[in-house]
Write a protein that binds this ligand. Structure first.
Ligand code: SF4
Length: 438
């Protein structure tokens, strides 16, 4: 059910402030499937890593012109298996040798970091790799452990920027790695710490894949097998869709990291054209951050809604999911006290998701400096959950993990001194934000 957009005074002010960064972020056609053009954002320098290029050399041909090269070397973790195989063959080696290399990079608990760890591989192949291939794109900078066992890993990249990856031990041996897809984020969701950074740049597929590989390499002995991946770290994954789809393909390869596509979840704030593309090109799970039941509230807390409103977003999902068998989208709903957690919100949410195969995750808000939002109390979350469940919705509640080390949802990154601007709080919600925590 599409909610009517109120264009009261506060709404006009918000639209005026949007002249700016977000308006220039997206392609002019909402239905276009082409990649989003480079973002004009006051806090970003470039969306691409500085020294990364793409090459069609190495005998890869035009169809492989997206093989990433750093300096004169190919990034091994930036290639899907068929690309690696062709590249290895172009240097005079057999496909079986490419498969052995692939398995040492990703399988059999080796997660090879350099040529010294390629036991059993032909000497000439190792020499060639030493000359032409780069194994690693991330350097471990720090690792923090929260009181609940959640780990936050900080990695430095070639250009000196830092990203964060979180490993979350779960019940019944289900351990999840939460990977970043960008440095910072352009979406400016008002409740999110990462959003304060603005967008610095996109991560390459290699930088995304290596987060999962290093999480396993560094922590499997301590937390057990990492079984799940969520693209819910720093960044809007679908704003970097090319590299995210590629990284997810590499992660689910059956000869490599072997994550089940159903256990790799790609999250979005609601980029409609990119959602359509993802649903066509990937079998991985999709999570959509909803976080409001009216356009009025969502335009404020998630400014992307001004480009792709609730009616368009949910209508697209309703339509596209008809063609996916046994597939449910996960709606994430961060509960903000006095903003989106009323009984009316619960009832509207039931109407909004009608006809969409889905599960709903109610998430407690993780407070952080610079945000005036308050967490909804546990009792109120349970009441909200019960209303949804009574109507037949599949609904879960997720409480904060890792928040004492700023490793929780929406707490990643380091905005620094120059921050993306917070939007003006609509008059009717000021009291809720100024009230003391419930
Ligand atoms: S919630 Fe996600 S999409 Fe929104 S600003 Fe934060 S990182 Fe970006």
């Amino acid at each position: 059910m599409e909610m009517k957009l109120s264009r009261g005074p506060w709404m006009r002010r918000q639209l005026a402030t949007l002249s700016s960064p977000l308006q220039t972020v997206y392609s002019s056609s909402a239905s276009s499937l082409s990649p989003i053009p480079p973002i004009s954002h006051p806090l970003k320098s470039s969306t691409n890593p500085p020294s990364l290029t793409h090459s069609s050399s190495y005998g890869l041909g035009e169809e492989n012109s997206c093989i990433p090269v750093i300096g004169s070397k190919v990034l091994l973790k930036g290639m899907r298996y068929h690309e690696l195989e062709k590249w290895v063959q172009s240097h005079g080696f057999r496909p079986a040798q490419a498969l052995m290399l692939w398995k040492r990079l990703y399988g059999n608990n080796i997660w090879a970091h350099d040529i010294e760890e390629l036991q059993g591989l032909n000497k000439d192949l190792k020499r060639m790799l030493g000359e032409h291939a780069e194994f690693n794109v991330l350097q471990l900078k720090d690792m923090l452990t929260a009181s609940d066992g959640t780990k936050k890993i900080l990695f430095t990249m070639e250009d000196g920027l830092t990203i964060e990856t979180v490993v979350i031990p779960g019940p019944r041996g289900r351990t999840t790695v939460c990977v970043s897809s960008q440095v910072g984020c352009a979406m400016n969701c008002q409740f999110c710490y990462t959003g304060r950074m603005g967008l610095k740049r996109n991560l390459t597929a290699a930088e995304i894949v290596e987060q999962a590989v290093l999480a396993r390499r560094l922590l499997s002995h301590e937390v057990g097998t990492i079984t799940n991946v969520v693209f819910m770290g720093m960044g809007e994954p679908l704003h970097n869709i090319e590299n995210v789809i590629k990284a997810a393909d590499i992660m689910v390869d059956e000869q490599g990291l072997q994550f089940s596509p159903r256990k790799v979840t790609i999250s979005t704030s609601g980029l409609v054209p990119q959602i359509k593309r993802l649903l066509k090109e990937s079998n991985c799970a999709l999570a959509v951050s909803l976080n409001a039941t009216t356009d009025e509230v969502r335009n404020w807390v998630m400014p992307i809604n001004r480009k792709y409103n609730l009616g368009l977003l949910l209508g697209t999902l309703r339509e596209e999911l008809q063609f996916k068998r046994n597939y449910k989208v996960l709606f994430e709903y961060v509960m903000l006290a006095g903003v989106n957690d009323s009984i009316e919100d619960a009832k509207r949410l039931i109407d909004l998701v009608q006809g969409i195969p889905c599960k709903i995750n109610l998430i407690s808000f993780n407070p952080h400096s610079g945000s005036k939002f308050k967490s909804t109390s546990e009792e109120k979350m349970i009441e909200f959950r019960n209303i949804l469940a009574a109507s037949g919705c599949v609904v879960f509640m997720r409480f904060s993990k890792g928040d004492d080390q700023m490793a929780a949802c929406g707490q990643l990154g380091n905005p620094g001194e120059v921050q993306a601007p917070l939007l003006k709080v609509p008059l009717k919600f000021r009291a809720a934000l100024e009230a003391s925590s419930v």
